[in-house]
Design a protein around this ligand. Structure first.
Ligand SMILES: *Cc1c(COP(=O)(O)O)cnc(C)c1O
Length: 383
């Protein structure tokens, strides 16, 4: 089954298992608990924290789309990542991409560190640095690809080769690509992370997070952690993500088409000094992106000629919304330095190029002419 078909039909058997009405949409089982037929018997459901049919449906769907043994749905992307960190013990070390989602940095630095987990940030797009950072204590490599907001790409197959035969988990946050464009498990990843808040749900109307495990042993461990720590996705939000996933393919295609045009347009604007988009042939990871993904996505970051221009754009856009988040049908613009990356220590931020001139655009599915006209007007000045 092709991905665009799978987005709609992959977990149909789960719906049919739930009941026999023929309902095309997965029903919302808004129940906290489930009655037992008799002592020692169960319908398969006891209590919604351990399992809920509507949640299981979306979990099966994401597992099928990523090609994993099992999927788990959480109340947010950060709930998924923080549950994941419970796999590790004090003294364990993780090597992570240096240009990482700010919320994950905050979790690693302020919560995981206190629990004894040591995180080394390196440029995982440069493999020699990664190699030399691995030690006996390394338990996982955590990468984001492309990175947020600098759009650096890590060669997933090459990282897997480096850690082959060692007891190191390869974890990929696949939020920016979505399972429509990239399937890290097929490239060797052990666990895939998603902020389902972004492309999966796609309408900026629900928070959610996912973990997909390549093999059932890791899946069972994560499932135990999910039910124990409890940050599960609600039945209604599970329904919303399922609904969003049905249009994932068309949304990804349209947003990418828009992004390709917008990136080309941005490059020739006098007030724009650099554009970071993996779909631009001159992007350093263009060839690698083509190899490990079937698309480039629709995230663009760009540097303006001054902090003033950046602020003017943020203040003057009308159609484009100045808001955090990404991956929805609405085009959003963010100011990483003040929003997503405010908690990343300054010297690390500056080293990454995350400064007051940098803006990040999550391209939506509006008419591209309207998005460009809005940006053009905002750049020209005048209110
Ligand atoms: C948004 C995001 C997260 C966190 O997800 P939430 O749903 O906001 O908790 C993690 N990783 C990446 C790459 C993100 O963009």
């Amino acid at each position: 089954m092709k991905q665009e078909t799978a987005c709609i039909h992959a977990a149909r058997n789960k719906i049919n298992q739930m009941h026999s009405t023929g309902a095309v949409a997965a029903p919302i089982f808004q129940s906290a608990t489930f009655a037992h037929p008799s002592v020692g018997e169960s319908t398969g459901y006891d209590y919604s924290r351990s399992g809920n049919p509507t949640r299981e449906h979306v979990e099966s769907l994401i597992a099928a789309l990523e090609g994993g043994a099992g999927g788990l749905a959480f109340s947010s992307g950060m709930a998924a990542v923080s549950t994941l960190t419970e796999l590790f013990s004090p003294g364990d070390e993780i090597i992570s991409t240096d240009d990482l989602y700010g919320g994950t940095v905050r979790l690693f630095d302020h919560v995981s560190a206190k629990n004894g987990l040591i995180v080394h940030y390196t440029d995982t797009s440069g493999l020699s640095v990664l190699k030399s950072t691995i030690s006996d204590k390394t338990k996982a490599i955590f990468i984001e690809s492309p990175t947020n907001p600098m759009m650096k790409v890590t060669d997933i197959v090459a990282v897997k080769e480096i850690i082959a035969g060692r007891n190191i988990l390869l974890i990929v946050d696949n939020t920016f690509m979505s399972p429509y464009f990239c399937n890290p498990i097929k490239l060797g990843a052990d666990i895939v992370v998603h902020s389902g808040t972004k492309y999966l749900s796609g309408h900026n109307d629900t928070l959610s997070g996912f973990l997909v495990a390549a093999d059932s042993k890791i899946y069972e461990k994560l499932r135990f952690l999910q039910k124990t720590t409890g940050a599960v996705l609600s039945p209604f939000d599970s329904f919303l993500v399922t609904r969003g996933l049905k249009t994932l393919a068309v949304r990804m295609e349209k947003a990418q088409k828009n992004a390709l045009e917008i990136a080309e347009w941005l490059k020739i604007q006098p007030k724009i000094t650099s554009v970071h988009y993996v779909g631009s042939p001159e992007h350093p990871a263009y060839a690698l992106s083509k190899r490990q993904a079937s698309g480039f996505g629709s995230m663009i970051s760009f540097t303006t000629d001054s902090a003033e221009t950046a602020r003017n754009i943020l203040n003057r856009v009308k159609l484009i919304l100045y808001a955090e988040s990404l991956g929805g049908v609405e085009t959003l613009i963010t100011y990483p330095v003040m929003q997503t990356h405010a908690d990343v220590p300054e010297e690390r931020r500056i080293a990454q190029g995350i400064n007051e001139k940098l803006l990040r655009l999550s391209v939506g599915i509006e008419a591209v002419e309207d998005i460009i006209a809005d940006l053009a007007k905002a750049m020209q000045g005048g209110l």
